[in-house]
Design a protein. Structure first.
Length: 255
């Protein structure tokens, strides 16, 4: 599984190296042009910020398309015939999506922070005050709220990843193969309607308990579906994961 995962990551950057490179080129241009003309430098920095934002969206698309091509497109015969268990292929794909999201999120966060730092002169006193404000905000939020927020984020990311993998896997199968990459898109849209229907019915039955995350001073920080929403994701994630595993196993047995 490690070799397959490593190959997936290397293969992505082999064909999409320009996504992280463009912001670097723009920010270096901004630093150079800023010494000649501040206005030109600001334009280059603005383009760098846009390159990060649109690059993140482009990365998401290329990750999904690359995953589809690897297992259901031009390279499908090679990857489906490799001596790797269906479980290893399933978890390799999940880790691939998760690691790529982590890489691009860290890159975007660090890059945007560096971009901000190059445009704003910050003294030692201002930087100390900045970190003090962050520390105070975290103390106001509280450990319980932070854990709940992290749970929502992690489960939300996993649910999104596995939903996309399921849509790609089912959409790349025999029934939707004639639509090409449109197959996964159709499956994902259908899944969206089904999920919306389930949420609507549960809402009519008053099964959703809304949870409010409050700061220590009583101010509402965020509202969410609470335990019911988390339970739905906890149920959905293993079901879709098993379905992907089964489809991989079925393709291998047929081949």
């Amino acid at each position: 599984m490690g070799k397959l995962l490593g190959h997936q990551i290397r293969n992505h950057f082999k064909y999409n190296w320009f996504i992280p490179l463009l912001p670097i080129i723009f920010i270096l241009s901004g630093l150079a042009l800023g010494r000649v003309n501040g206005q030109y430098g600001a334009v280059a920095f603005g383009l760098a910020a846009l390159a990060v934002v649109f690059g993140y969206m482009a990365a998401a698309i290329t990750i999904i398309v690359g995953d589809y091509n690897m297992f259901f497109g031009d390279s499908a015969l090679f990857y489906e015939s490799t001596p790797i268990s269906p479980g290893a292929k399933t978890f390799s794909r999940v880790l691939y999506y998760f690691i790529m999201i982590l890489i691009y999120s860290l890159f975007a966060g660090i890059f945007l922070f560096f971009l901000l730092a190059t445009n704003v002169e910050i003294t030692d006193g201002e930087m100390t005050s900045f970190w003090q404000e962050i520390s105070q905000a975290l103390n106001q939020l509280g450990i319980k709220n932070i854990m709940m927020l992290v749970s929502w984020i992690v489960l939300g990311i996993l649910e999104s990843i596995i939903s996309v993998i399921f849509a790609v896997t089912l959409g790349g199968g025999k029934k939707f193969r004639r639509f090409g990459f449109g197959g996964p898109v159709i499956v994902y849209i259908i899944m969206g309607f089904i999920k919306s229907g389930i949420v609507y019915v549960l809402g009519l039955l008053n099964l959703f308990s809304e949870v409010e995350l409050r700061l220590t001073d009583g101010t509402v920080f965020m509202r969410g579906f609470g335990i019911t929403g988390l339970v739905l994701m906890i149920i959905e994630i293993p079901l879709l994961l098993f379905a992907v595993y089964y489809m991989h196993k079925n393709r291998i047995s047929v081949n």
